[in-house]
Every structure is written in structure tokens, then in C-alpha cells.
Ligand binder design. Structure first.
Ligand code: UGA
Length: 435
């Protein structure tokens, strides 16, 4: 099949490369000439394990192409995916749909013959109806059906998630789309990935409900961690104890500094707005959003408390800046609020991240960036593990301690065991575990 992706950002590029790998002919479109030129040259604008190889193999095989010529790419396509960004709208937190609607109008002008239009971008319930209305307004003769097919990819594991999904959700309002979408996903379908067909509005809402539920699960265990700290219980064992109940499940129960990234914060906020717009306040999600926002700064205060309540003039070392490992993404990363809180309290912050420092430099002021964890530790009154990169999982603890001014280690991801830290002479503070 001939597939066109409108938007060659994270979702468009990963999906495009994976579809090409299935044997489809894929064209990825983007407005940015610089981005397309780089992609044609084999340069990948994002850090995602395995993506560079997948793109180059499929480009060399002639199945994956990049262009800025939207009209030509759409005219040739059987299926056009809208995979543009839907950031939070400034001021009110609603999803900003201007890129989606602009893409819909551009596609309508260029489309020829029967074409399935698929929204892959995360869009609020009802957006598919508006996309369809815009397309019919712009080109009343367009023979199109509009489908919702949300993505459930995790950054850092996106290719695996695409090729081995738990499910594929497809929302259709016109039966002609069913056969086409089954064909698009045939390789996965043959691998027995459940293809779930439902209504378009239901598919749109399923995406938000999924992300909100995961955010809620994380926030629940984070609050349990706080209670564990006050009562001498161990949150990892609580998580294991409840996670073994199949109705609850073991995943997304790792307590930490709060969720970040380009999806959970933006999507929970947008879902809250949708609820309010429909006179159906989603109080659990509203509370989750506010608990998580407060948690990030409270992690900064936790570090200050570990330093005896005063960090003025002291060097604090930060290990990991990105919102999670295996990505260079700094969007809504807990490190931002933690560093801000420490700097507000007068600390001098030093930091290292294996992939995130380029993006961090443009977002966080007044940080001294280092080459590795050991440079971060030099003269530090405390080292804080914020993101659980593999590089921080097996640190040479005696070496780290030797260069610190005060050997305090705050582990916001519970990577280490208290016993090994204490054996290395470090004062160890973690999340929701007895000292
Ligand atoms: C998330 C979802 O997991 C994907 O299914 C979804 O497709 C994607 O959003 C999206 O909407 O595009 P992602 O944001 O890449 O994926 O990252 P996650 O692995 O879900 O982690 C999100 C945040 O939660 C991170 O800050 C992570 O550290 C935190 N987290 C996760 C925890 O604090 N504890 C956990 O147990 C799990």
C-alpha cells in the first residue's frame, strides 16, 4: 500500500519507518526543508534506539522517502496519516489543534481518488468530526473517510512498541475504512496483535483515558511512597505486593520524582479541559495533575532536607536530566523543577545527562554541565540521581564518594540498595523506603 505521513516528528517518523519495514511504500512529509534534507541525508533529528538503522535500511530499499511536497505525496496515497504535534495551547491547557486542521485542509486540496485519512496525533474526542467537516468544506468532491488510530508508543522503546503492540485501536465511522486499515496492519494482525475496531470518538477518548490511567497509577504509588516514608514501610514491596494481583498489574508502579515527558502532562491537562467543557469534571485526573505538579518541586525540597535544610552556596550534583532514560527529551522533565527549587535556595547546580544536555542548555539557566557522573560529584554536598540511565546504575561508589565534599546521595529512582550505599560510606536517601 502507499502510505503518506503528514509530519515527520517523533510519531510520524517512527510509524513511517515501521510501516515501511512491513513492506508498505511510505512517504514522510514535513514543512521543514532543513528536517527533510537531513532525513534524506540519513540524519535522524531525534534520539530513539534503533530508529537510525530502520530508517536507513528502508530508505535504501526504496520503501521510505522524505519530501516537503505534500500535494504530490497525498495525491499518490491510499492512506494519509496526520501525525503533527498537538501541544498544550498557551494559557488554557487545551490541545492546540491548529496543525491538525491545517493538515486536513492541505490534504483535502491535494487528494485524488478514494483515500483513508487517519489521525495518529493525540486529539480530543470529536476532532475527527471537525477534520471531516474541514475536508468537505475545502473540497466537497473529496472521496475520503476519516479514521482515528491513536498511537501508544513510549519514547525510548517506540520501535518495539510499534512492532509488538498490546493492541491497535481503530475508530471508524464508515465501513470502507475497515478493510483498508486491516490491510495496513496486516503484518501485526497476522502476529495476533488485537486489532480493535470501534467508533471514532471512542478511539480518540481511549488514547486519553489510557494515558490518564497510567498517570494516575504512577501518582498513586508516589503518594504511597510518601506514606511509606512516614510509617517505615517499603514502597517497592507495597508495589510488588499489589502488582502481583492480576487485576492491578505490576507495571507503572515505580515511585519516583513525578511523571514528565511530552505526553502525560499535556494529555492529562487536555482531558481535564475536555471534561470541564462537557460539564463532566474528571476529579481524579484533575487531582493527579495537581499532585504531580507539586511533587516535582517537593523533590527539590527533599534534596534540601537531605542536605540539613540549607543548600546556600553548596554544590549539588544532578545525574540525569531527561524525563526518562533512552531519550533526549527534556519536556516537562522533573529535573527542571528540581533544579529550579535548588537554585532558588541558593545552590550551585552541576549536572550530567548522556543525551539530554543539548536540549537542557536551552531550557535551564545557571547549570554547570559536566562530562560524567564523577565530574558532577567533585566538591558536591549531595549527588541526586534524577533519571535512571544505565550509566548511573553501576557507579563506582568509592570513587564517587572520594570526590564529594559531603557524601550524601539522594536516589529519586530507587536504583540502589541502602546496604551497598552505606557500605560505600554514603548517606543514602531514596523514595518510600526505610533508611
Ligand atoms: C507515554 C505512554 O507510556 C505511551 O503508551 C504513550 O503512547 C505515550 O505516552 C504518548 O502518549 O505518546 P512516554 O511519555 O514516552 O509514553 O513515557 P513513559 O515510559 O510512559 O513514562 C512517562 C513518565 O512516567 C516518565 O517521566 C517516567 O519516568 C514516569 N514513570 C513511568 C514513573 O515515574 N513510574 C513508572 O512506574 C513509570
Amino acid at each position: 500500500m502507499r502510505l503518506t505521513m503528514i509530519g515527520s516528528g517523533y510519531v510520524g517518523l517512527v510509524s513511517g519507518a515501521c510501516f515501511a519495514d512491513f513492506g508498505h511504500e511510505v512517504t514522510c512529509v514535513d514543512l521543514s526543508e532543513a528536517k527533510i534534507a537531513a532525513l534524506q541525508d540519513g540524519q535522524i533529528p531525534i534520539f530513539e534506539p534503533g530508529l537510525e538503522t530502520l530508517v536507513s535500511e528502508n530508505a535504501e530499499a526504496g520503501r521510505l522517502r522524505f519530501t516537503t511536497d505534500l500535494a504530490a505525496a497525498v495525491a499518490d496515497a491510499d492512506v494519509v496519516f496526520i501525525a503533527v504535534g498537538t501541544p498544550s495551547r498557551r494559557g488554557d491547557g487545551h490541545a492546540d489543534l491548529s496543525y491538525v486542521y491545517a493538515a486536513a485542509a492541505d490534504i483535502a486540496r491535494a487528494v485524488t481518488g478514494f483515500t483513508v485519512i487517519v489521525t495518529k496525533s493525540t486529539v480530543p474526542v470529536g476532532t475527527g468530526d471537525e477534520v471531516e467537516r474541514i475536508m468537505r468544506d475545502v473540497n466537497p468532491d473529496a472521496d475520503v473517510v476519516v479514521v482515528s488510530n491513536p498511537e501508544f508508543l513510549r519514547e525510548g522503546a517506540a520501535i518495539d512498541d510499534f512492532k509488538r503492540p498490546d493492541r491497535i485501536v481503530i475508530g471508524i465511522e464508515d465501513e470502507r475504512a475497515r478493510e483498508v486499515m486491516t490491510e495496513v496492519y496486516r503484518p501485526l494482525y497476522l502476529n495476533q496483535a488485537p486489532l480493535m475496531f470501534t467508533g471514532r470518538r471512542t478511539a480518540e477518548l481511549t488514547k486519553y483515558a489510557g494515558n490518564a490511567f497510567l498517570a494516575l497509577k504512577i501518582t498513586f504509588i508516589n503518594e504511597m511512597a510518601d506514606l511509606c516514608e512516614k510509617t517505615g514501610a517499603n514502597v517497592q514491596d507495597v508495589a510488588r505486593g499489589i502488582g502481583l494481583d492480576k487485576r492491578i498489574g505490576p507495571k507503572f508502579l515505580n515511585a519516583g520524582p513525578g511523571y514528565g515527558g511530552s505526553c502525560f502532562p499535556k494529555d492529562t491537562l487536555a482531558l481535564v479541559k475536555t471534561g470541564q467543557d462537557h460539564d463532566t469534571p474528571l476529579r481524579l485526573v484533575e487531582t493527579t495533575v495537581s499532585i504531580n505538579d507539586q511533587r516535582k518541586r517537593s523533590m527539590g525540597r527533599k534534596v534540601i532536607a537531605a542536605c540539613g535544610g540549607d543548600v546556600r552556596g553548596k554544590a549539588i550534583g544532578i545525574l540525569g536530566l531527561t524525563f526518562k532514560p533512552n531519550t533526549d527529551d527534556m519536556r516537562d522533565a522533573p529535573s527542571i523543577a528540581i533544579i529550579q527549587t535548588l537554585r532558588d535556595a541558593g545552590a550551585k547546580v552541576r549536572a550530567f545527562d548522556p543525551e539530554g544536555m543539548a536540549m537542557a542548555r536551552g531550557m535551564i539557566d545557571g547549570v554547570e554541565y559536566c562530562q560524567d557522573a564523577y565530574e558532577v560529584a567533585q566538591g558536591a554536598a549531595c549527588v541526586v540521581l534524577v533519571t535512571e540511565w544505565n550509566a548511573f546504575r553501576s557507579l563506582d561508589l568509592p570513587r564517587l564518594k572520594a570526590s564529594m565534599a559531603v557524601p550524601t546521595f539522594v536516589d529519586l529512582r530507587n536504583v540502589y540498595r541502602a546496604r551497598e550505599m552505606e557500605a560505600a560510606g554514603l548517606t543514602y536517601v531514596s523514595i518510600g523506603r526505610p533508611a
